[in-house]
Design a protein around this ligand. Structure first.
Ligand code: NAD
Length: 406
């Protein structure tokens, strides 16, 4: 199977086929500015020292400091981080924030670490990279399996090493450590603003039947936000299993069940289904909110959603994109749909740099304006070029990056 980075390069070429860019520009943009691999020692609770492999990829900073999350996952490798960094550069350009693209990761299953081991790992990541991070250089954030506590450890480590206590080196911090109001739910909330702007244009009914894969920061908040707006969540999945209820799941009760048991499986009154069955349910909107490569050539024919709305990064392969486009199933691409997270991260960075604190209303008002504007613009671009939303989003982003590189 092609790597996520190969997917990202294929997506670039496909956008270029619709709207050609200069060969030199594409060559430069397709290559990460810098790829860093690090070894992070952690003294485990049993007294042994274990070395973890970590990565930071700084893809492109033409529009501003490198920006992008840090992922802790057992399957994370440099190829995945390279793809995520390239998408970050495009995503920041799609929502027109003054940031470039980067991404980080550590190959680890954090669920197997104690709190002290996790703290050492998080601080160790910053120790190794302090030279290349900074509010005007590279500003990380949370991603899969990293959270505000981990961001606070990292910000604190950076402050110890450099003396910079503004917190602007990293976003997604807890509120009492310089975090922004609204950051916790920003990815799903921003997605919801984009969804609202596109709902009618995509021919969706006023009240949709929604399936969500992934029940972490992106997926759980999406379930709550979409259901509070009156949509019906008929199925949900986490890494341990999927649940389905034809007349709708009561999301708040599911959240309590997940908090109490650690899994969605076993939720009373719901039917347990496989991950494959979840993806093939008949619904209005399918929201992948877990990992890459979920909708592929080998399972795309089973997709019965009217619209795929990508809160995860890279969930649809380029081949599957073509099949869906051919069937008239719009895919709202990750670099637009989940850009709310990095947008509010950038608001957090701006507040830290200026020493300000914005209200949640201010944060969401700005976020809504930006998401609605760019979603409508990209929809218009796709219509103008008679192409899909992903190619349109890539083209808009590449035009903005090319302009900055000039
Ligand atoms: P998270 O760690 O909070 O949650 C991930 C969820 O996916 C968990 O519920 C996990 O159980 C589930 N999952 C993992 N493997 C699965 C599988 N095979 N099948 C079904 N579910 C599975 O991570 P997150 O921050 O919610 O990130 C999810 C996706 O959203 C990623 O692609 C991430 O890059 C993207 N994203 C996140 C943010 C953010 O602000 N957190 C911003 C933009 C994009």
């Amino acid at each position: 199977m092609p790597t996520p980075f190969e997917h990202a390069l294929a997506q670039l070429q496909r956008a270029n086929a619709v709207h050609p860019f200069s060969e030199d520009f594409l060559k430069i943009f397709a290559s990460p500015d810098r790829k860093i691999e690090i070894s992070i020692p952690v003294q485990m609770d049993d007294g042994q020292t274990k070395i973890f492999e970590g990565y930071r990829v700084q893809h492109n900073n033409a529009r501003g400091p490198y920006k992008g999350g840090i992922r802790f996952h057992q399957d994370t490798d440099i190829e995945e981080v390279k793809a995520l960094a390239l998408w970050m550069a495009l995503k920041c350009a799609v929502v027109n924030i003054p940031m470039g693209g980067g991404k980080g990761g550590v190959t680890v299953n954090p669920k197997e670490l104690s709190e002290s081991e996790l703290e050492q790992l998080s601080r160790g990541f910053v120790k190794r990279l302090a030279d290349v991070l900074g509010p005007q250089k590279d500003v990380p954030a949370p991603d899969v399996n990293t959270n505000p506590t981990i961001m606070a450890w990292m910000a604190d480590e950076y402050a110890k090493i450099t003396g910079d206590t503004t917190g602007a080196v990293i976003t997604g911090k807890p509120l009492d450590a310089g975090g922004s109001e609204g950051r916790g739910t920003a990815t799903a909330q921003g997605g919801f603003y984009a969804f609202n702007a596109l709902q009618e244009k995509l021919g969706l009914p006023e009240k949709c039947r929604v399936v969500i894969q992934g029940f972490g920061n992106a997926g759980q908040n999406a379930a709550e936000i979409w259901s509070q707006a009156g949509h019906t969540i008929i199925a949900l999945a986490d890494s341990r299993g999927a649940i389905y209820k034809a007349d709708g799941l009561e999301v708040e009760a599911v959240v309590h069940h997940k908090q109490a048991t650690g899994a969605l499986a076993g939720f009373p009154g719901a039917q347990e289904i496989s991950q494959e069955e979840l993806l093939s349910l008949t619904c209005d909107v399918l929201i992948p909110a877990a990992l890459e490569n979920q909708i592929r050539q080998d399972n795309v024919d089973q997709i019965k959603a009217k619209v795929v709305f990508e809160l995860a990064n890279g969930p649809t392969t380029p081949e599957a994109d073509d099949v869906l486009f051919g069937k008239g199933v719009p895919v709202v691409p990750d670099i637009l749909a989940n850009a709310g997270g990095v947008t509010v991260s950038t608001f957090e960075w701006e507040q830290n740099v200026k020493g300000e604190h914005w209200t949640v209303e201010e944060v969401f008002e700005k976020l809504q304006r930006m998401m609605e504007l760019e979603a409508s613009m990209i929809f218009g671009k796709a219509e103008e070029l008679k192409t899909d939303l992903r190619r349109a989003a890539f083209i808009v982003a590449l035009e903005r990056i090319q302009e900055a590189m000039k």
